[in-house]
Design a protein around this ligand. Structure first.
Ligand code: AMP
Length: 116
């Protein structure tokens, strides 16, 4: 796997304000926005604002404040969207074998699918 961060990736462009996003929540360290191709009624992506490729990179190199913040933002999003108690999936594709498409760490929050 190539461990060098690609500064041109689409999420870097969103963070840099070069392309827009449908923002759901934001802090100093993290940004949450709606997925452009939602797989469920609620499909939000949560990303760190600094340059991390994946969970490995983030876990090793992010500050404790950044790591705490991303989970704070995940919590605030599910609270805001009303799925905190009904349930949701939290997923992060990491690396080639997981078919990670965008090489900037992101957590998918997937919800709003009714129980059977
Ligand atoms: P992954 O396969 O985990 O890397 O997922 C990448 C996700 O990013 C997919 O669900 C895409 O629909 C989503 N995506 C790609 N470009 C954008 C964009 N400009 N705004 C919002 N979501 C995007």
């Amino acid at each position: 796997m190539n461990n060098k961060y690609d500064k041109q990736n689409i999420f870097a462009q969103i963070i840099g304000g070069k392309i827009p996003c449908d923002k759901v929540f934001e802090t100093k360290f993290s940004l949450a926005f709606n997925d452009i191709n939602p797989k469920a009624p609620i499909h939000v992506l949560v990303i760190p604002k600094n340059e991390y490729i994946n969970v490995n990179d983030f876990s090793q190199n992010a500050s404790k404040d950044e790591i705490a913040d991303i989970f704070y933002v995940i919590y605030k999003v599910v609270e805001k969207l009303g799925i905190k108690d009904s349930g949701y999936r939290l997923l992060s594709n990491n690396g080639e074998d997981a078919n990670q498409e965008v090489p900037h760490l992101h957590f998918h929050i997937i919800g709003g699918i009714a129980r059977k």
